[in-house]
Each structure stands twice: as C-alpha cells, then as structure tokens.
Design a protein around this ligand. Structure first.
Ligand code: GLY
Length: 280
C-alpha cells in the first residue's frame, strides 16, 4: 500500500513561515489518516476520502478556501479515476457544495460521467448535497484587493491499495479571477489520469497542464515500459519551451512513488506506513 497527496504550490512570496508549518502539519495529518483508511478500503475509495479531507481544510484551494472567479462567484472542479475499471468521473465549475470530489465519485456508475456548470450543481442537489458556501474571509479580501495570493493551488491524491489497484482524485478552486466559463485541468485527463500501470494528479496552471496533456502522457509512457522517473523527466522537459507551471504526484504498479514540479515548491506528502516524505 502506498499513498501520496498534494496541496498545490507553496509560494514563498505570498506565504509566511507559520502558513508553511500549518500546511506541513495538515499534510502529515491527512496523509496518515488516508493511509489508515486505505488499510480497509480500495484505492478509489481512499483517493476520494483523502481529497475530501484536503477540501475541508481552508489552507488549500479546493472545497472550503476555494478561489473566487472574476464575477465574484466560486466555481469548483474535481474528478476521480479508478485505474482498475478505467472509469473517470468529474464535475466542472460546480457551485456551493462542500465536497466536489464526493459529487464526482457519485457519477462513477453513470453513463454520463462528467458534468459541468448548472447540470453538475443540479445533480449534487438531487443527490443530497445541500447548498454550502466554501468562501472564506481571506479569499474575499484577496478578491477585493485583486491579489492572486495563492492561485496555484489544487489538491490531489494517488493511492495503490493492497490488491494492487491504482486510483487518483483531484480537486480545485481554480486560478482565481478567471473568466466565467474557464475550465480547469483537474477534471480533464491532462490533470487527473490512471490505469492499471500508473496514476497521476497534477497541480499548477491548468492551461499549461492541458497544453502538455501531462497526466495522460506520464501514464502512457509508464504503460509503454518507461520508468516513472524517465516518464516524468521527458514529460516535464516538454513543458520547458513555454515555461509550463506544473507539479505532479504519481504511483506506478510496482509501488514506486514519484513527484516533480517545474517551479518551487509543490506541497506534497507521501507515506508508505513507515516513512513520511514531505515538502520542506
Ligand atoms: N490547476 C488548477 C487550475 O488551473 O484551475
């Protein structure tokens, strides 16, 4: 069993030592809680659980604490993909739900599995997700000041369960101040992808991640026999010509955990039941 989570980027220019410590504490707590959950649950169930814990923490830009868009509203996106069944489901630009990733998970058994905007919100309401404001005072203050203080945040989790199945989930509050209708990478196969060989979750600038099809490329390269490290290296090199801003976490079918970022510093924590590997 292996697990790795990310919590977007830590930007030195916009966060202080206390925030960094708070994020480290939160990441350690959540990765260990999710690992304990993985002992009795599938990889797919666990990635949703881990991402919902990250969504519940206002330190991260997903669920509670999401960024505010240019028209003053919050719209969130999230997806889950089960590497065993190759099913991906997601919600794009959903409004006023506490846990977008749980709505994404509810869509897994459906034929129509990725819903956007009003349809996603209506589906959530029909399935018991009451209206819930994920706005926090700090985000409204930043919005008023037009400061993009934490705009490179997204959360994600990749897990390998004790049956050898891989899964991934990713959730985001977006870039902040984006045009209404803009679509994040998080509920696309560029930002969230898994199969039986590898699972990858991305964070960073959605446009850069979509331009490179980052998660899909890494998974495909590992499927075709490349090592996880080499697949990351080649895929991240391909973002260099346009200075793509991206971080990614992954696990392969042999249980190798890997992460990389194009710019400092991705907030991540990996755990195997004994050792914690954490951003510093
Ligand atoms: N990676 C999140 C976004 O760009 O919306």
């Amino acid at each position: 069993m292996k697990i790795i989570i990310h919590g977007g980027f830590f930007s030195e220019s916009h966060t202080d030592a206390d925030t960094k410590k708070a994020k480290q504490d939160a990441m350690e707590r959540i990765v260990k809680q999710a690992y304990a959950y993985l002992e009795n649950h599938t990889a797919q169930e666990t990635v949703v659980y881990a991402v919902s814990l990250l969504e519940d923490d206002p330190l991260f830009n997903a669920g509670i604490g999401s960024q505010i868009q240019s028209d003053g509203k919050i719209r969130m996106s999230a997806a889950v993909m089960d590497g065993a069944t190759m099913k991906m489901s997601g919600v794009i630009n959903i409004e006023e739900v506490k846990n977008p990733v749980k709505v994404a998970e509810l869509l897994l058994p459906y034929e129509d599995r990725i819903l956007g905007g009003e349809g996603a919100t209506a589906f959530a309401r029909k399935n018991g997700h009451e209206p819930f404001s994920t706005e926090i005072k700090q985000r409204r203050k930043e919005y008023k000041e037009k400061l993009k203080s934490n705009g490179l945040g997204t959360v994600g989790c990749v897990a390998l369960d004790n049956k050898g199945n891989l899964a991934v989930a990713t959730s985001t509050g977006g870039k902040g101040f984006e045009m209404v209708g803009r679509i994040s990478d998080s509920a696309t196969v560029a930002g969230n992808y898994a199969n039986a060989y590898c699972a990858v979750s991305c964070t960073g600038v959605g446009e850069d991640i979509v331009s490179n099809a980052t998660a899909t490329k890494i998974v495909t390269r590992v499927t075709d026999g490349m090592s996880l490290k080499d697949a990351f290296s080649k895929t991240f090199d391909e973002m260099k010509p346009y200075d793509g801003f991206c971080g990614a976490i992954a696990i392969d079918h042999d249980g190798n955990i890997y992460h990389d970022d194009s710019h400092p510093t991705m907030v991540y924590a990996g755990y195997n039941g004994k050792n914690l590997d954490m951003f510093r």
